[in-house]
Design a protein. Structure first.
Lengths: 114, 114
DNA sequence: CGTAATAGCAACCCAATGGTTGCATCTTTC
DNA sequence: GAAAGATGCAACCATTGGGTTGCTATTACG
C-alpha cells in the first residue's frame, strides 16, 4: 500500500517533472506545434506567440530538461524537434493508475454482489 | 498550423491545469494512493507523508480543482475519492499529439521514398 | 566589410506556490 | 459536558517561475 521506497520517490519526482513540463499553456502550445511540424527555430516559435523570445527560450529549456524536445544548433539558429518518448511514459503511468482503479472497483463490486 | 483561436487557448489552459496538478511529487503520490484504494480522510493521507496536514490539504484542493479527486464530508472527516475521468482526457490529448507526430513522420518518409 | 538576423547571458520584477505555525470550529466519545 | 480528533482559516515565509529588458556574441548575406 504505497510503501514509498526511496527509488519510488525518485521515479515519482521524475514523473512529476514530466507532467509539470506540460503544466503550462505556453509550453503545451509549443509541444503541439513541434509535434505537428518539422523542427523550428526559436525565432519561428516566437513568431506565433504573444510573449518574448526569452520567455520562449526558457520554456524550451524546461521542455528539453524533461526530454520532450531536443535542440540542435544549425548555423545561427537553434532548431528544436519533438521527442515522443516521454509522452509514452506518461501514458504508461496514466494507464497503470487507471488499471489500479479499475481492479479496485471490480473487487468492490464483487464484494457487494457476494 | 496552430491557429491559436481563443477557444483553443482556453482548452489549452484547462489541459495545462490538469497536467500541472500532477506536476508535483506529493500530489502524484496522493493520486496513486487514492486510485489504489478507497476514499481516505485528510488525516489518513497525511499519516504516510512527511509534510504537514495543511500542506496535504492544499494539495488536495489543487487536485480537486483539477477534477482529479472529489471531496465528501463524512462526520468530522473529509473523505477524498479518486475520479478517473480527467486522466482519460489527458490520455486522449497525449494520443492526439502522438498521432500528429506519427502522421508527420509518415508523410516525411513518403516524401523521401518518392 | 558592414549590417541584419539569431541566439545566449545576466539582472531584475512580481506573482504564484509549497510549506509552516497558530488558532478557531465542529464531531465523537466517554 | 469536557476532552480528544479532524478540519478549516489566516497569516506568514522562502523559493520558484513566468516574464521582461539590456547587452553581447555569433552567423549569414548584401
Amino acid at each position: 500500500m504505497s510503501r514509498s521506497t526511496p527509488e519510488g520517490a525518485a521515479r515519482r519526482r521524475q514523473h512529476a517533472e514530466l507532467f509539470a513540463a506540460l503544466g503550462d499553456a505556453t509550453r503545451l502550445a509549443l509541444v503541439t506545434t513541434l509535434a505537428a511540424g518539422e523542427p523550428r527555430s526559436i525565432a519561428q516559435l516566437t513568431a506565433h506567440s504573444r510573449v518574448t523570445r526569452q520567455a520562449i527560450t526558457k520554456h524550451l529549456r524546461v521542455l528539453e530538461r524533461a526530454g520532450l524536445v531536443h535542440c540542435q544548433r544549425a548555423g545561427r539558429e537553434s532548431r528544436y524537434r519533438f521527442d515522443p518518448q516521454p509522452m509514452d511514459e506518461m501514458r504508461a503511468w496514466l494507464d497503470r493508475v487507471s488499471a489500479q482503479w479499475d481492479t479496485l472497483l471490480a473487487r468492490l463490486k464483487a464484494l457487494v454482489e457476494e
